[in-house]
Design a protein around this ligand. Structure first.
Ligand code: C2E
Ligand code: MG
Ligand code: MG
Length: 610
């Protein structure tokens, strides 16, 4: 098309050489061949007949229009391609002005470009604009116009109109790619940070408080591992939709990466308002997500930990805010997940805190300053101690006993999880062997050991727990590994197989904190579970909250129906114990029945227990 050099037939090939540069009908030609005399030398001058047929047959829209300075540019000829592009027959187009052909929004700009060319002020004009097709649809066209010599002594414009709708669409697509997340359609990090920059800058004009909420899903990795990426993706899409629907319309919701989302709030009002907003977001993400895949519907629980950073100073850095919100988010996770935390300077850098805790742990392990305390588990029918739970503590030279809540998260995330876990199992088995030796008559004492998800998987795979158990000489079926429902949620199929091998070899599996996680019956089906441990939050509500009564009764009944042992945790009062007995709960532990204590103290109790 534009590659064919042409001069308008009506103004004949013999027009003065000085006019020639204006003759070319497209900007490409002008760009490629600025020097007309080259073409002359090539012997490629075009006759009027050739031009006419090239004009008519050109695959791009072409038009000729009048070019009287100060007068509207009236179309005098068009080709089929133009008629097609605009969806009108050529006969209708002739007589219209060129600006009439375009979208009214662009008409003034086009008129200006044309005036420049008509008056000779500019040699040619190129303009990308919208054209309105006769069916009302809008297409994007690229119009190039140049003076095309004269016809009957009048100057004419030649226009070349190319449909660039597809090209524009690709461009828009690219913009979308660059600024939006392909999966959820939310803004991406780039756009979010840009918006945050604007929001902060706006504080200069209008003082107030801006904030960002940084939400990280709590169990997303587990969902992905268990159900596959497909389900994972759908969960993300649902989370995105919930966030959008929950926060005010003008706040920007973005997906930063993976399972991390950001809400940019330009004006958060009071602390109350902020609290109310974050709680709303947290709660909405806490609700189960139903994912349908074919005929199978899966219910997934993710929940989120949310970090908040608030700014009043327009000079606050965007990266700094993000860092603060991230810090607060990780603190929320450390404090037990499914909660939110507002950044305060006292939080410091979590990375530093984690490193510190990890260092402390490593030293404590090396210096033999980890200890196990044991809490009795009591048979509610006989009143005797039937087992114990080993609970880990770190002995700090200054602070004394440090509870696991302060370091178990760090251990789980670090390489220490294996040596520490091995130490716990080893030590607990050694102690159990001693106690079983003391109480030889009667049913053998059991030992419950808490293990993290990674540890359970690794132990199951390597069989290390088995080795410990057998070398320690404990009786088969007396070592219980306690895992939480959340841990099991993340377990892949091979872990299930390994856990089965473990139970065949006599190690038993307890679901800890039952009722707080997913309490899905599929876990009980999928894993070789032996015992359910009713979470202490339900026990605390016994006799006070009818819902808790009902939940405890239901778990006891479930255990009875499925042939599972049931242990209630956190019994603090005689009333709670009585309530559990009335519900037929077979076993319990708690401060009322015995606090976690050093091995020596428990040894004395056991002697009395015999
Ligand atoms: P858990 O396994 O659910 O252990 C029960 C927790 O409740 C223990 O806290 C125990 O001291 C406490 N508790 C017992 N009776 C009562 C009561 O009547 N009232 C109240 N309010 N609390 C009671 P602890 O020892 O601080 O352990 C906290 C958690 O740390 C444990 O929860 C367990 O998940 C984890 N943990 C403890 N030891 C280990 C370990 O060796 N390895 C791993 N991976 N986690 C451990
Ligand atoms: Mg436990
Ligand atoms: Mg528990």
């Amino acid at each position: 098309m534009g590659a064919t050099p042409a001069v308008p037939g009506e103004s004949r090939g013999g027009a003065p050489a000085t006019d020639r540069p204006r003759d070319a009908p497209s900007d490409q030609v002008l760009a490629e061949r600025p020097d007309r005399s080259d073409r002359e030398a090539d012997g490629r001058a075009v006759t009027g007949a050739q031009f006419r047929s090239a004009f008519t047959a050109a695959p791009v829209g072409m038009l000729l229009a009048t070019a009287e300075p100060g007068q509207p540019n009236v179309v005098v000829a068009t080709n089929d391609a133009l008629a097609q592009l605009l969806g009108r027959p050529s006969s209708e187009l002739v007589g219209m002005t060129v600006p009439d052909l375009v979208n009214p929004l662009d008409a003034d700009d086009i008129a200006e470009v044309l005036a420049g060319v008509s008056s000779g002020a500019t040699r040619r004009g190129v303009w990308e604009h919208r054209v309105r097709r006769v069916d009302g649809s809008i297409a994007w066209a690229r119009l190039s116009v140049a003076l095309a010599g004269e016809a009957d002594g009048r100057k004419q414009l030649i226009g070349h109109l190319e449909d660039v709708t597809e090209h524009r669409r690709t461009q828009d697509e690219q913009t979308r790619h660059a600024l939006y997340d392909g999966l959820t359609g939310l803004a991406n990090r780039l756009l979010a940070m840009d918006q945050l920059r604007r929001v902060l800058a706006a504080l200069r004009e209008q003082p107030g408080r801006a904030a960002i909420l940084y939400a990280d899903l709590d169990r997303f990795k587990a969902v992905n591992d268990t159900y596959g990426r497909d389900v994972g993706d759908r969960v993300l899409v649902e989370v995105a939709a919930r966030l959008r629907a929950t926060v005010p319309h003008l706040y920007l919701v973005a997906r930063l990466a993976g399972d991390e989302f950001l809400v940019v709030c330009h004006d958060i009002g009071s602390d109350e308002d902020l609290h109310e907003l974050v709680e709303r977001v947290r709660t909405v993400l806490e609700n189960p997500v139903d994912v349908r895949s074919g005929t199978v519907s899966t219910t997934v629980f993710v929940g989120a930990s949310i970090g908040v950073s608030v700014a009043v100073d327009p000079d606050t850095g965007t990266e700094q805010m993000l860092h603060e919100a991230g810090t607060a988010m990780r603190e929320a996770k450390r404090l037990g997940r499914h909660r939110y935390q507002v950044f305060e300077t006292s939080l410091g850098d979590p990375a530093t805190r984690w490193l510190q805790v990890e260092r402390d742990l490593r030293t404590a392990l090396a210096e033999d300053r980890m200890v196990l305390h044991y809490q009795p588990i009591v048979d509610l029918v006989t009143g005797r101690i039937s087992g114990v739970e080993a609970l880990l503590r770190m002995v700090d030279p200054v602070r004394g006993l440090v509870p696991p809540g302060e370091f178990i998260d760090v251990a789980e995330e670090s390489a220490l999880t294996y040596p520490l876990g091995d130490w716990v199992v080893n030590e607990a088995c050694r102690q159990l062997a001693v106690w079983q030796e003391i109480a030889r008559s009667g049913p053998a004492l059991t030992m419950a050991v808490n293990v993290t998800g990674r540890q359970a998987a690794e132990a199951a795979r390597s069989g290390s727990v088995l080795t410990e158990a057998s070398t320690a000489g404990i009786e088969a079926g007396t070592l219980f590994l306690e895992v939480t429902e959340r841990t099991l949620l993340g377990a892949a199929d091979d872990v299930v197989a390994d856990l089965e091998a473990l139970t065949r070899a006599g190690v038993r599996l307890t679901i800890d904190d039952f009722g707080t996680g997913y309490s899905s019956l599929t876990y009980l089906q999928r894993f070789p579970v032996h015992t359910l441990k009713i979470d202490q939050s339900f026990v605390a509500g016994l006799g006070v909250n009818r819902r808790d009564d009902a939940i405890v009764a239901a778990v006891v009944a479930l255990g009875a129906a499925l042939g599972l042992e049931v242990v209630a945790e956190g019994v603090e009062t005689a009333e709670q114990q009585a309530a559990l007995q009335a519900l037929g709960c077979p076993a319990a532990q708690g401060y009322f029945l015995g606090r976690p204590m050093p091995a020596d103290d428990l040894s004395r109790l056991l002697v009395a227990n015999v």
